[in-house]
Design a protein around this ligand. Structure first.
Ligand code: EPU
Length: 341
């Protein structure tokens, strides 16, 4: 054991992943500060152990045990800086719960992240996959990220441009393991326009007088819309969307659209983006259930661990889904969560 660090051996990860699959870490440590992080990395390096950074465990699948040191990010802290006129910067420690931070900002009257309510996970994980929902992505408000750059062991500040955000994509995904996020800064405002254009949100709001809506009203509307379709991981363990919405070329899109006129699609930078949920639904998977795992009955993009499924059970089902969408539509689905072990 190192000074100031409590390192558990053969620790269960079941409660640290929202799919609730059973897995063990050879070593597990909670990281409450940058100093802790440096000590833990040195401890692992002395023993030639691999390390895994874990936030809320809501975007990964443990396919087996982890034979190294799991760094459970618990750096707390919420503060405001540069409050001027209607604008302010919200600083969040990497271990802050994302949804709680959204509600905190909305209650304070600041706009910018209210559409991202109820997304599971931590603030430090949010930039990694550039979380997005209901017409808003993290990259729309993120000003900068402070991270430990493991290639130099120095602390770096990366601007939003440095983060190279894309759809469910970022610099952090392209350089796995290089940066460990310590803190994020978000540029919020009391007066920026609310984003109410996403269809489900519009349908929910109906004839509401949108001029009088507060960011908290919008966060609550998003929560209600999500609860209608997306399962609560505490009740039905899941990692949200299991696949990204695929982008296909114009030729394939035309052929599919001719076959299926109700194909759901959106314009994309290089081709046409299709709704993976629609493809999986049309392939007959919605509500499917095997002994331990299944597909949600209200959103075909979500895989569920019903009763004691392993990561391998979940990945085997994902493979079957991917294969059947490939066979039926000729479209390749790419997994959204990472696989560990
Ligand atoms: N649809 C179906 N069958 C289904 C579900 C949806 O046909 O079972 C159709 C819907 O009718 C709609 C289309 O598919 O026309 C898209 O569905 P939805 O609006 O629910 O959005 P999505 O593309 O499936 C994405 C994100 C979600 C995010 C929602 C809302 C991805 C991979 N997923 O889902 O993100 O909450 O939009 O913005 O981009 C997550 O990343 O974990 C996540 C839940």
């Amino acid at each position: 054991m190192s000074q100031g660090l409590t390192i558990d051996e053969q620790a269960s990860l079941s409660d640290l992943n929202t799919l609730a699959v059973a897995a063990q870490a050879r070593y597990l440590v909670a990281i409450a500060s940058e100093r802790h992080l440096r000590e833990a990395l040195n401890w692992a390096a002395d023993r030639k152990l691999d390390t895994l950074v874990l936030g809320g465990g809501s975007n990964l699948v443990f396919a087996g045990d982890y034979d190294g040191l799991v760094l459970h990010m618990a750096i707390r802290g919420r503060s405001w800086e540069q409050v001027s006129g209607d604008d302010a910067v919200l600083i969040l420690g990497a271990g802050e719960n994302w949804h709680d931070a959204v509600i905190y900002a909305a209650r304070s009257g600041y706009r910018g992240i209210e559409n991202l309510a109820l997304i599971p996970g931590t603030a430090g994980a949010a930039p990694v996959q550039n979380i997005g929902a209901y017409g808003v992505e993290l990259g729309d408000t993120l000003i900068s990220v402070t991270a430990l750059d493991r290639s130099t062991m120095g602390s770096v500040t990366l601007t939003a441009a440095d983060c190279e955000f894309g759809y469910r994509d970022s610099l952090f995904k392209r350089h796995p393991g290089r940066y460990i996020i310590l803190e994020i800064r978000l540029g919020l405002s009391r007066s920026r326009p609310l984003k109410l254009g996403y269809r489900d949100l519009q349908d929910y709001l109906g004839n509401t007088d949108t001029a009088s809506l507060t960011p908290l009203d919008v966060a609550e509307a998003v929560m209600a819309v999500r609860r209608r379709k997306l399962p609560d991981p505490a009740v039905l363990p899941n990692v949200g969307s299991f696949f990204k919405n695929p982008v296909v070329d114009a030729g394939l899109y035309e052929r599919l659209h001719a076959q299926c006129p109700d194909l759901v699609s959106y314009p994309a930078e290089q081709g046409v983006k299709l709704a993976a949920a629609w493809l999986i639904d049309q392939a007959g998977w919605k509500g499917f259930r095997s002994a331990r795992v299944g597909i949600h009955n209200r959103q075909a993009l979500v895989l569920i661990n019903h009763s004691g499924g392993t990561g391998e059970d979940v990945l085997a089902l994902a493979d079957e889904v991917r294969q059947s969408v490939q066979d039926k539509f000729g479209v390749e689905l790419e997994m959204e969560p990472g696989i560990v072990g």
